[in-house]
Every structure is written in C-alpha cells, then in structure tokens.
Design a binder for this molecule. Sequence first.
Ligand code: COA
Length: 313
Amino acid sequence: MSAIKAEIKGIGINIPQRVLTNKDLEKFLDTSDEWITTRTGIKERHIAEEWEKASDVALPAAKEAIENAGLTPRDIDAVIVATSTPDMTFPSTACFLADKLGCPKPMAFDISAACSGFIYGLTIANSFVKSGQFENVLVVGAEVFSQIIDWNDRSTAVIFGDGAGAVVVSKSDGESDILSAVMKSDGSHWGSLYCPVGEKLRMRGRETFKLAIKSMEMASNKALQQAGLQIEDIKIIIPHQANIRIINALAERMELPEDKVYSNIHKYGNTSAASIPIAFYEAWKEGKISKGDYILLTAFGGGLTWGSIVLKF
Ligand code: COA
C-alpha cells in the first residue's frame, strides 16, 4: 500500500436553472406525476439551455471545487471529466474545461463509464495521487442528458436530468483517505442501456433495475471488506441517484436504515455521472457528512459498469 494518502479536498456543483416538473411532462407525454413519483421518486429535474455544453455546465462546479480546496486553477495537475454527453467526440470535454478554467497545460481526458463515470474517475485520481504522479486532480461528472433524450419516449424522458459535480483529489497530510475502490464492468449487458453515436438514449428499465441492486450490493460489500470496515462504521452511503426504489432496495438488502442512505433524486432525477458528486455536496452542506466520517459511494450504469468506493472524509 502507498504511504501517500489521497483526500477529497474540495467540492462544488452546478445545477442548470431551468426546472422541468412532472406536471410539465404531463403536457406533452402520456404520463402522470403520480406514475413518475411512485415508480421513480422523481418530482422534477433541471435542464440546461440548448447552447450549453457539458464543459459549460461543468465550469461553475469545477471553479467552486477548486476554490473550496483553497487552490487556484494553476495548482491543478490533471483534469478528468466523466460524461456520456461530451462537447464533441474530440477534443475531450476535459480539454475544453481546463482551457475555460485557465489551468496551465494539465493532463486532461474524458471517461466514458456512463453513470459510474464519477467513481471511475475518483479511482483514477486516487491512483494518480497515491503514485506520486500528481498532487491535485480535478474530477468532474458533467451531463446534458436532455440533449440525448428522445422526448417522445416516456420510459426514458421522465428519468434523466442535467447537472455537474466536481471534486479536487489531493495529497492528504491528515487522516483523510480514499481507502478502497472496486470497479467492474460487463459489456454483455450493453443492450440494457445505450446510446449509439449521434442517436438517442435507449433503455430496458426492468432489466437495469434488477442488475443495479445486485451489482451495487456486491461491490459495496467488497469495498467495505477491502477497507477493513463493517457497514456499521459507515456514516452515510451516497448511491447513484437512478431511482428511489433502487436506493431503498439497496438499503434493505444491506440492512441499513433509510436515513443512512442519502437521496436527492426528487429534485434532479438521474444526472448520470454528476449524481454522486451532487449528492455528496448536498449531504455535506446539510451537515450529514463531517471530517473524519467513513463514506461509501456506489454507482451503476450503462456498459454495464458499476463500483463502490470507501473513503474517510
Ligand atoms: N408514464 C406512465 N406509464 C409509463 C411510463 C411513464 N413515464 N413509462 C412506462 N410506463 C408504462 C409502461 O408502458 C408499462 O405499461 P404496460 O404495463 O401497459 O405495458 C408500465 O408503465 C410498466 O412499465 P415498466 O417498465 O414495467 O415499469 P417499471 O415498474 O419497471 O418502472 C422504470 C420503469 C424505468 C421506472 C424502472 O424500471 C427503473 O427505474 N429501472 C431502472 C432504470 C434506471 O435506473 N436506469 C438508469 C441506470 S443508471
């Protein structure tokens, strides 16, 4: 194990202003607030402006995270953006973001791991810092799913939303550390959730539902084991915000009271790679996370991809 510790030193978010409620969706889709609320827990989601790209939505979140870390863009050695809705096929959204931030020539690249993208990114940042390669790595989950949604498809249009969340992962001088990371994929299930290049997102909801719970539970137990901790040691679980029924089922299988599992899905829907950093930020702002707490992050998404991280904040 590396003697270097890696901590989340700063965190920031950006939520587009425009709100799309379930009632708004009722106006152009054969759906209802009642169906969406009971099946998903979602009441509203935020939608970026048409001109806004992932790097635009990411920028205020990244600025806040860097400032919150007590750093400036000049201190950032690497920029990693997890997104399924990049500005372009190339250059990477990370290159655009680094330029907008004014980071002087950092390593910059995107990760394509759908809704697991942020925790994949955090795992990579952790390894960069622990290897001694970099001191400060910016990891951003940024999505404009509204731009790949088929707004005539009620089975997906009600689920997703836009937003961004960012963290700075830095060399830690104290006790804070990213303790374990279990990242997995299984491409044989690609057809459950996918988006061909230049086309719209497609999903087989039921299939995804069952696989999500099982995979997140298995990865979480393994990450706990690798960190040498029990579930009782964890202050709060921050799961990917895909569906409140998935989150509640995970809590039940892991024998956790619901108040130990954070959710803000009612406000934002599924913001894919942005959902964990947004939830982390809000849990922290609400005083549910304090310095020294053990936190479990877990996500699941297209690929299929999934994974869990245990960290000491
Ligand atoms: N409004 C009203 N009815 C809808 C609807 C909507 N927005 N979307 C689907 N329906 C209908 C279906 O057409 C179906 O009707 P039928 O019985 O007449 O055929 C019925 O509701 C049930 O559909 P089903 O897909 O079986 O519902 P469900 O209970 O599985 O819930 C999801 C659908 C999508 C909410 C649920 O499967 C889910 O959340 N899956 C996980 C998806 C996910 O999280 N993906 C991202 C992972 S990162």
